[in-house]
Every structure is written in structure tokens, then in C-alpha cells.
Design a protein around this ligand. Sequence first.
Ligand SMILES: *[C@@H]1O[C@H](CO)[C@@H](O)[C@H](O)[C@H]1NC(C)=O
Ligand SMILES: *[C@@H]1O[C@H](CO)[C@@H](O)[C@H](O)[C@H]1NC(C)=O
Ligand SMILES: *[C@@H]1O[C@H](CO)[C@@H](O)[C@H](O)[C@H]1NC(C)=O
Ligand SMILES: *[C@@H]1O[C@H](CO)[C@@H](O)[C@H](O)[C@H]1NC(C)=O
Ligand SMILES: *[C@@H]1O[C@H](CO)[C@@H](O)[C@H](O)[C@H]1NC(C)=O
Length: 612
Amino acid sequence: MSLKTLLLAAAVLVAPAEIDVTPWYGRSIYFIVVDRFAKDFSDTDPQCGLVDDGTAKSWCGGTIKGIIRKLDYIKEMGFDAIWITPIVKQTDWTDNYNGTAYHGYWAQDFNDIDPHFGTKDDVKRLSAECKKRGMLYMQDIVANHVGPLHDLTQVSRLAAPLNDPSGRQFNTYGIQPGMSFEDYLKMPPREAYVNIPDPYTGKIKYSCWTGNYSCFPEYSEEIIEKGWFGDLGDLNHWNETVAEYLLDWIARMQKDYDIDGFRLDTAGYIPQSFLSRFQQAAGVYMIGEVVTYNISYHQSYQHHLLGMLNFPIALQWTPFPENEMSNDVWNSVGSFNKFNELMDLQLKSNYTDFDLLGNFIDNHDTTRFAYSHKNDQIALENALTFVFMMPGLPILYYGTENPGVSAHLEERRSMWMTMPQFGRGDPEPFEKTRLFYFIQRLNGIRKLWGLGHGGDAVHHPLKVVLASKHIYAFARGNLLVMVTDGGSGTTAPTCIDRQDLPSRLDAGCDSEGIHDVLGGTNYRKGAVAECFPLRVCVQLDGSHPAILAARDDRPSQVGFMVAALFGDEFPEGRNSLIALGVGSFGVAATILSFWAHNKYSNSDHEGFLLTH
Ligand SMILES: *[C@@H]1O[C@H](CO)[C@@H](O)[C@H](O)[C@H]1NC(C)=O
Ligand SMILES: *[C@@H]1O[C@H](CO)[C@@H](O)[C@H](O)[C@H]1NC(C)=O
Ligand SMILES: *[C@@H]1O[C@H](CO)[C@@H](O)[C@H](O)[C@H]1NC(C)=O
Ligand SMILES: *[C@@H]1O[C@H](CO)[C@@H](O)[C@H](O)[C@H]1NC(C)=O
Ligand SMILES: *[C@@H]1O[C@H](CO)[C@@H](O)[C@H](O)[C@H]1NC(C)=O
């Protein structure tokens, strides 16, 4: 037995330490592309990240310091975690399409920070500033590949030990007999998502999604794991030098910057045996990207990583490159009946923990939801309501709250170009749009009704009570959530058996009645619910979503919530505050709750507070 085998054997005998995931339950995450979110200082060039001015693939100048400046904005929207794109040192050369590494997914040196984004001290400060605000810091990382590689000079410029000219640190799937690594690097442009070269010609043969076993007859996990992702140098995780480099890096990065969690890019292309070791070395919650429709394939990864981004659900309505939306329930083409079958399939499958899945409507690789839905605000409201109220962690892609960013084709527009007061001093606030307040309200409801971090209903599952063509309704905690396909215009009253309601809501029918805590704001009227002995019938406000609660359930906090949401920034909101105060609980209760809040609130007592 060699020393190495001995050490490996010893490592296997030591039971892996339990990783504490409790800090993540119920968190609401705001996802940022660092280069495109916020700059250190204002400048006079707002135009960046646009397809039509050729800057879509260029560096735009967003920084870590810029993010720190906007943490209060993010927190005010109700988020208690951020996920930021990778910040390690990037390749300074382009790919075959003149693309730069502005997005952060092309590492050159894993142990350094890219100067475009800032310094090591900036990262430490970001981490500390998050903690100061009760927010968690999730860092995006790539462990499947490095940046684009076309020749040995580029290989030599990678950090050691990844710079070996032998190329044994990389997978060379499909290399022909007698072909050198140098020649392998020159193979025809790798245009596929996964490079699956024909073993005889070296040309690209297939482009497949992970987990699609019917994509072609030879589909195998070996091809997925060893084929290159475009022209990006595919790391050989079976090589222990490479494995140890990555394990050492992730453990060190977590400690150096006190990182609360990681988002693992292209996890589906990494062997699962390595993923388990990587998760363990990180020591904190890690959420993986496995883009697939295949639920059984998807769940298998949660036996290696603690969290998974919920692609099987989001892909129903998300137009990914080269993919059709399979069941877009937010535009009246799709069907909630069919959607519910998928939800059911997911709930019955063998995920290790549904409450650690990350849910989203779109991301930086998809067309933005608003753009693909013709900037239909009602569709956006419905989709967001669903994603924020279902079990798991809701994730909002930066700019979704601002049509100046989200209503456009290019999905990585700079956020600062939307600022109406651009160039008028530093720091300029981001505009607080109507959607900003809508999202704030969703986050607020999550917290008030215990679905947010530390809440008593975080682990409550979703119970579907209605899945018709146009309406999807489910109970969660003490709430009834109703979403629609948005395109159906005014919906007829929808009735639900009272026996299907959460008991608190059912009891509300017999006491004070039930009401819509999502609608009923100054900008729209909200749903109206009427209780009958056996049923409750709900007239939605057009096709807007609704969240129903018993009127006497957490009323004083609702008063506070409305005040917090619409108090100062939103002048008309005062009227709705007063109306709600008078109509529902009395002005006194509202004032009392205000007073109580100011007197007793502290940042550890999250249950009642929205934007502390
Ligand atoms: C990349 O840029 C060069 C120089 O501007 C240009 O000649 C070439 O056509 C570009 N290639 C692609 C794929 O856009
Ligand atoms: C693993 O990769 C390193 C380069 O990082 C190389 O020197 C070594 O020979 C490789 N090991 C094997 C077994 O191929
Ligand atoms: C799987 O691949 C086949 C062949 O490319 C394609 O027709 C099919 O739509 C894919 N299935 C999914 C769910 O992506
Ligand atoms: C889904 O993935 C599993 C492996 O996890 C595989 O056996 C099955 O064939 C895949 N289904 C499809 C439709 O590709
Ligand atoms: C479900 O996962 C557990 C491990 O978490 C495993 O022991 C069990 O065999 C799996 N069940 C099925 C049906 O795959």
C-alpha cells in the first residue's frame, strides 16, 4: 500500500462532517452579474451591455465596491442573501467569437481576484457588509473548466499546476490516436454546448442537454463529463493533482472570505464522485446548476450537492438557447393541469431536501422573462408570486424589477443605465419601480407568514388545491396562493372547498373573513373572497395573482407591513395604509404596532420585520 492509498483509505474512514444548512432555509436571494450591476462611481457612459452597440460581450465596469454601495437597495427590497457571479482572475484573451471574460466564468487563476472586479480586501468587505445587514453571501464558482484554450501559450498562462504542456490536467475526449494535445486544442471551433466530437473526424457531431438520454444513441455520462463545454478547457477531475488543487482552493476561498454558500456552475458536467468531495471541502451550502428537463437525473445530483437550481420547473417557461418552452403557464398557451403533473412528479421523486432547491423565473443564460413575455406585468407578477411562495429559495435575477433592464433582448444590460438621474453625483440611487415594491411585498409576506428565514412555516410543503387551465391555487402555511396564466383577462369567480384550506384560513371564514394580502394596495384593488358554509369563492382582480389570509391572522404586522412598504417612498401608499388601518384593524392597532416595532425591534428578531 502506497502512502497515498493509505491516506485515501484513512480519509474514507473519517465520517464526513455534517454541513449546517440551517442558515439558508427560507432565504430570498438576489442574483447579480458583477460586471453589469453597479460601478464604484458614476461616469458619463451609461450605455453598456447592449447588443446593438456591440458592447454585449465587453467589460462594462461593474465592481464589488459597486455592489456594496447597493446592498441597502437590495435589502430594502426584502432580500436576505446575494449570489454574485465569479470573481476569480479571468483569462484576458477572447473565445472564438470575440467574447471577453466579463461574466467571470473563464478562470485563469482560481486563487486570485480579477482586478476588473476589485481586490481581495473588497471581497472581504463585501462579506462583512452582508453580515452586518443580516444577509448571506453566496459566491458563484466554476470547477468544470477554465477559460477558452486554443493553443499551448494560453495553457502556459494558467495558474500552476493547470499550465502543464502535457495537457493531462484536461479531458481530451475524442482525441485521435497519435494526436498531440497541441493539435487537439486546434480542433475545429467547438460550437456545441457540450463538445461531442466525432471520434474519427474531430468535428462537432451533437449538441445535447445533460440528462437527455434520447438526444442521440451514444449519449453517456462519460461524454457529458469529458466532452468540452464549447472551447473551454475541460478539467480532468480524475487527475488527483487537479482534484486536490480544486479542493484546496474551495476550502481556502470559503475561509479567506467567510463565504456563506456557493453556486456551482456547470455542475452537470462534473463527475458526481468529485462533486461529493467538493461539497465536503467547501463546508457550506452549495447549489448546483444542472440544466435538464429530466427530474430523475436532476434529483440524483442532490445526493452529492446540498442544493440544486430548479431547472426542470423553470425550463417549462424559460426559453434557453436552442430550447423550446415546453409548457409556458404564464401566457395562456400552457396549461396548469400539465404543469401540476410535473410538480407532482418532482414532489414524488427522491430529492434529499426540497427546501434547499433554488427557484427562479429566468437567469443570465436565458432570455429575460419580461422580454419573452412582451413585458406583460401581470405575467411577471404571477410567475414571481409562484416562485416566491413555493417551497425552496426564491432567486431574483438583478434588473427584473426594472423594465429598463428586463424588457430587453440582451439579458445582461447594465443596471446603472436605467438610472434617470444618471451622472448627477455619487451615489445615485437605483429607481424604485412599481415592481420593486411588488417584490418587497412578496418578501414581506414570506417573512410575516413564516415562510422566510427563521419562520415557523419554512418547511411547510405546498398543497395544490386547484389546477385548472387558467388558475393554479395552493395552500402553504396559513396562506392560499392563487396564480393565473395572466392572458385570460378577467377570470370568473373560483371556488375552493373549505376542507382544502389551511385550518387557520378556514377558521378565518367563520370569524373575521379572509382577504388578499398581496393585492389591495394603492395601485390595484386585490381579490375579493366570500365565505360560504362549504366553499370559499374568490373573485380575482383581473388576472392578477392573490395571496389570501385570515383577516385576524397577524393583523398588526400587516399594518406595519403596509406602512413599511408604502410609507415614505410611495406617497399614495399613505392612503392605503390609513384605509387598511381603519377598515381592518383600526388606526390604533396600526399605530400601536408601529410604536411596538420601533421600541422593541432588533435585527435578530426577523419574524415580524420586513426591511429592518
Ligand atoms: C472578431 O474581431 C475581429 C477584429 O475586429 C473580426 O475581424 C472578426 O470577424 C471577429 N470575429 C467574430 C467571430 O465576430
Ligand atoms: C495530472 O495533471 C498534472 C498536471 O497538472 C500532470 O503533471 C500529471 O502527470 C497528471 N497525472 C496523471 C496521472 O495524468
Ligand atoms: C432530447 O433530444 C432530442 C434530439 O435532439 C430532442 O428532439 C428532444 O427535444 C430533447 N428533449 C428535451 C426534453 O430536451
Ligand atoms: C433521465 O435520466 C435517467 C438517469 O438519471 C435516465 O435513465 C433516463 O433515461 C433519462 N430520461 C430521459 C427521457 O432522457
Ligand atoms: C433515495 O435516496 C436515498 C439516499 O438519500 C437512497 O438511500 C434511496 O435508495 C433512494 N431511493 C430511491 C428510490 O432511489
